[in-house]
Design a protein around this ligand. Sequence first.
Ligand code: AMP
Length: 277
Amino acid sequence: MKVIETIDEMRRLRRQLAEPVGLVPTMGYLHEGHLALVKQARAENPSVVVSIFVNPTQFGPREDFNKYPRNPQRDLALLEKEKTDIVFMPSAAEMYPERSNSWVEVSKLTERLEGASRPGHLRGVTTVCAKLFNIVQPDKAYFGQKDAQQAIVIKKMVADLNMDLEIIAVPTVREPDGLAMSSRNTYLNPEQRRAAAVLYRALSLAQKLYVGGERNAEHLRQEMTALIQKQPLADIDYISVANAETLDELDTVSPPALVSLAVRIGKTRLIDNVVVG
Ligand code: AMP
């Protein structure tokens, strides 16, 4: 496994890689969710590149960029075990020199959900992914269904801008109580960690109601809201039942529908989703 810190070196090594090349972009502090992406990339490509970059442009001014958890030594050991070929770990100065002045922005889809709650976040994500795609030139890039809107927006960017790669969404990996694995779960104290299971309980309730025949989207939102409000440590940011392609909110649930939510547990903002239908 080679660990690369500069764009020039990454480009030089890329020319020697057997194709197809699979890329897994991450912000590090790896868990089994990230490793599911790496495993799938490993199974589908002779060459696997994983990037670790805590991307400053996707954090708002009052968000957790400075305290975002980091543990590169542990990350590298985990990636070595998964037989990663190259880890690309650039500095912020390498990725964003002072003269950098360009953005990639997907309109409409980014006005909703995470885009509405975190202005500029998705523009930071699409910009850094476009840069990583240009640097690594992967044939396939792997994203988690956990960040459903991110995967949808990146697919749209790739289609709209004729980028020559395939985007693959990988199912969410969960803890035994259903909580989606996330680097941010480390912020939770034991009491908050127990409370955080309410996100998946609410999503499971929506799924159960849907399977039982419920098609009124507002009813699903109300039932999820009522369940989460019973948990005193939880503070709802949004609850959405939307078309899984356009992200338009639905009145009547018709498949595939994306049921998603963002909930604060203490100061920690968690997101999760399921697709119904
Ligand atoms: P992050 O390091 O949080 O930017 O995540 C890097 C990639 O891993 C993104 O594509 C995420 O959607 C994905 N990911 C994060 N958590 C999970 C999870 N629990 N299951 C599957 N994929 C995940």
